[in-house]
Design a protein around this ligand. Structure first.
Ligand SMILES: NC(=O)c1ccc[n+]([C@@H]2O[C@H](COP(=O)([O-])OP(=O)(O)OC[C@H]3O[C@@H](n4cnc5c(N)ncnc54)[C@H](O)[C@@H]3O)[C@@H](O)[C@H]2O)c1
Length: 405
């Protein structure tokens, strides 16, 4: 049923695909296929581009047989193929399935033996059954009977407690054989593999997890606006509510959500709901509320500083979307900077984890009229920030100041 040492081709060697490649290399011959040639070259030189994966991790994986390749011909004799390519939103904020489609077309064109095809990319319920399988089957020259399964990645970058090994993995196949195979594969390196009855359950669970976060973050962001008007601390109030030992889960207010999961995944759920004729009011409202946070912060700062930012120098600290992570995708700092500029400010940004962004370099810390802490990276903890400005607005709850959410 399952070959102990298979050739596994992992399509996409980004955050998800590379982490999986490192793990799977311990038991299988892994080829990391990616269309980005320079990324492939660097991986083969054991140079990692992913936070949390060291060059040493890559050297070990290489010694176990891992290699990266930009040649789709590697799929010819693959016994298992994992899809881990991006699933962003298009300009209309609808699912952009083009990367998954392109991966499927490679599989259809190059796979020559029946393989287990597993999707790890986040997507809407029905993706494996109604999108991946038909594209592969309708485009292959020979009629190969692949098995299909899903195993959504749930990893949280920068989370020191929960990782690929100890986060329970949801799996399901389109048939019993695929389910058994996918379960065996992930059981080799995941402490808990949870089989669910259909790929749609696993796909929907993944989307609901991130929708739950998106909606609760929006709720607490709205609450922060209320506590501000009440003249009480949102953080003290949340800590007080959190003393209730049941029925409450604390979320932190913030500048908004970023990365390519929380602001994106709920729209995949909304997309499928819309197709089914179900309105997703919470998702739409949460998107709207979180997207409005940077404008709210810019206006708070403007009002604190006398109603205009004209000619004032403002530095945004920590522009990545999350503390201690370098990722700037969908970062709410982008909207914040643009709003501050609209209000007349001269804006610079400083982030030791993000050297270049939007064709600008991280500016050195220097005296300014105002500092806005968007992300409180560990690196800032020991910096005497009040030396650089007498006005500091904190969006993180980690810096003692009178000006915060
Ligand atoms: N990064 C996370 O924290 C995280 C967590 C859970 C789930 N996910 C999901 O996992 C999927 C992958 O995310 P990621 O963060 O690894 O993305 P990424 O952008 O870091 O990497 C994707 C890689 O796929 C490559 N690629 C794109 N199209 C390709 C193709 N047709 N053939 C071969 N390679 C191709 C790109 O060159 C890139 O290197 C997404 O669906 C994402 O939502 C990500």
């Amino acid at each position: 049923m399952y070959n102990e040492q298979m050739k596994v081709v992992i399509i996409g060697q980004g955050y998800v695909g590379l982490n999986l490649s490192i793990m799977a290399s311990k038991n299988h011959t892994v080829v990391g296929f990616d269309i980005n040639n320079s990324l492939v070259e660097n991986l083969n030189l054991a140079k990692s581009h992913i936070e949390g994966i060291t060059d040493e991790d890559l050297r070990i994986a290489k010694s176990l047989g891992y290699r990266a390749s930009s040649k789709p011909e590697e799929l010819t004799d693959a016994e298992m193929v994992v899809i881990s390519v991006p699933t962003p939103l298009n300009e209309n904020r609808e699912p952009d399935m083009s990367f998954i489609e392109s991966a499927c077309l490679y599989i259809a064109k190059y796979c020559q033996i029946s393989a287990l095809i597993v999707n790890e990319s986040t997507s809407y319920p029905g993706t494996v059954r109604n999108f991946i399988k038909p594209i592969i089957e309708n485009n292959q020259k020979e009629e190969l009977l692949h098995s299909y399964a899903v195993a959504p990645e749930r990893v949280d970058p920068g989370n020191e407690r929960w990782n690929l090994e100890n986060t329970p993995r949801l799996v399901a196949g389109l048939d019993a054989i695929a389910t058994t195979k996918v379960k065996e594969f992930y059981s080799e390196f995941c402490v808990e593999v949870r089989e669910v009855t259909s790929p749609e359950v696993a796909e929907a669970a993944k989307l609901f997890e991130n929708t739950f976060r998106q909606v609760n973050i929006a709720l607490v962001n709205e609450f922060a606006k209320v506590t501000n008007k009440l003249g009480i601390s949102v953080y003290e109030t949340l800590n007080a509510a959190d003393s209730k030992p049941y029925g409450f889960m604390k979320f932190q207010p913030s500048l908004g959500v970023g990365g390519h999961c929380i602001p994106v995944d709920p729209s995949y759920l909304a997309h499928v709901a819309q197709k089914l004729g179900v309105e997703t009011k919470f998702i739409n409202l949460a998107n709207e509320t979180n997207l409005a946070m940077p404008t709210y912060v810019a206006q708070r700062v403007c009002s604190d500083l006398g109603g205009t930012l004209k000619g004032l120098q403002i530095m945004v600290l920590g522009v990545s979307y999350k503390q201690d992570v370098a990722d700037i995708r969908e970062t709410p700092s982008a909207i914040l900077i643009s709003e501050l500029k609209k209000l007349g400010a001269e804006v610079s940004w400083h982030d030791p984890l993000v050297a270049n962004w939007n064709k600008e370099s991280s500016a050195p810390l220097a005296p300014v009229d105002a500092i806005i802490i968007a992300q409180m990276h560990e690196a800032f903890m020991s910096v005497p920030l009040d030396r650089y400005s007498s006005y500091i607005f904190d969006c993180t709850g980690k810096f003692p100041t009178q000006h915060s959410l």
